[in-house]
Design a protein. Structure first.
Length: 371
């Protein structure tokens, strides 16, 4: 297990705020905001592409006894909190639920093949959490029958789908998230505060995140400016294309913060884009390290995608690492689960990988060296 050690400095800082932890401070995330005014229900807004002008949805959170004159529509959802019977569809959501001790509030998940958390597997096997399916295979009738009071989905056009309107008509809030679009690792992790708002767990989320933030920023301050900076290639081909993150994306920030030179830093922007295989191949020829190689669990599997990979210096030098060290027998990868809220641990892995001379024995948590 990841050690969750909260420093006294972090704890005292939180408590000294008196925080009536109603005042939720969002310090890194760009895709959600919390608005609180005395005498008014809490309101949250979710954006996409880190653009506050690109609104996905507004949420008005009503506690017992609170009312609002606003009605739910395509841009606004009324959510009565705390939620008791939530349905989730993303493994990144599970990471937040685990930290916030919310397993007992979850009644449905997309599929156990995406789950790493053993507790969730057990609850699915015991019938306490139902497998809902996803996409066209989603069992919407099951969601309705289980009296869910909130469905968490990743934002990707669901507000235009018949399913969205069906749930809305039946009074089931669709809670859309865009944490995966955040540019920074701490921005993604800070979404634990968004989830906490729906369950009255804001104090727990703030204490946890403040500790992660402190650890991450300390590592970044020590390593992001080192002079010896190995060149890093990310990802592997998918079909005929090779998706690469532009310079202002989550993985690119991690590489730079770990003291590496990202090989696509000339691509301005904050999205992942497809590039032609041959273009990407020219870049990987320059790589000192190759990370995040998709589904590959061995060099043989990686090279089965293209025989030319075997001749690459980065492959011959044994400098290929993938984030699948912690993977469940059923397929769930913990990097996408707990890793979504522990960027400090991910960063520590990358620092060890890129600067092995400082770490005689690698103690990697999410990553492993492909052989």
């Amino acid at each position: 297990m990841i050690k969750k050690i909260i420093s006294w400095a972090s704890l005292l800082a939180i408590l000294s705020m008196g925080l009536a932890l109603s005042a939720v401070e969002v310090r890194h995330a760009l895709n959600f905001k919390v608005f609180e005014e005395e005498g008014e229900p809490t309101r949250m807004e979710v954006y996409q592409n880190c653009d506050p002008n690109d609104l996905v949805m507004s949420y008005i959170l009503l506690r017992e006894g609170e009312t609002t004159d606003v009605n739910s529509d395509v841009d606004t959802q009324i959510v009565r909190i705390p939620l008791e019977r939530a349905v989730l569809f993303s493994s990144t959501h599970l990471g937040k639920f685990n930290v916030l001790d919310l397993h007992d509030r979850m009644v449905g998940f997309s599929s156990k093949k995406f789950v790493n958390d053993e507790n969730v597997h057990r609850l699915i096997d015991e019938g306490k959490i139902a497998e809902i399916g996803m996409g066209p295979a989603m069992n919407s009738e099951m969601v309705v029958a289980m009296n869910s009071d909130g469905v968490f989905l990743s934002a990707s056009g669901e507000t235009d789908s018949p399913l969205f309107f069906k749930f809305q008509r039946m009074g089931i809030p669709m809670i859309l998230t865009s944490s995966w679009m955040e540019q920074s690792p701490l921005g993604r992790a800070e979404w634990i505060k968004f989830f906490a708002m729906f369950f009255d767990k804001t104090e727990k989320a703030e204490v946890f995140f403040s500790d992660v933030e402190e650890k991450y920023l300390q590592l970044k301050s020590e390593w992001s400016s080192v002079e010896d900076r190995p060149k890093v290639m990310l990802n592997a081909p998918w079909g005929d294309a090779w998706y690469v993150g532009q310079t202002d994306t989550y993985a690119a920030h991690l590489v730079r913060d770990a003291g590496g030179d990202y090989l696509w830093d000339d691509l301005a922007g904050n999205r992942a884009i497809p590039v032609a295989f041959e273009v990407a191949y020219e870049r990987v020829l320059k790589a000192d390290y190759w990370l995040n190689t998709g589904q590959s669990s061995s060099i043989e599997e990686l090279c089965s995608q293209d025989a030319r990979f075997a001749a690459l210096d980065v492959v011959k030098n044994g400098k290929v690492f993938n984030n699948n060290k912690r993977i469940h027998a059923r397929g769930g990868r913990d990097f996408f689960e707990s890793g979504s809220v522990r960027p400090d641990v991910v960063l520590h892995d990358l620092i060890q990988i890129l600067h092995p001379e400082q770490f005689p024995e690698l103690e990697l948590y999410y990553y492993r060296n492909l052989e």
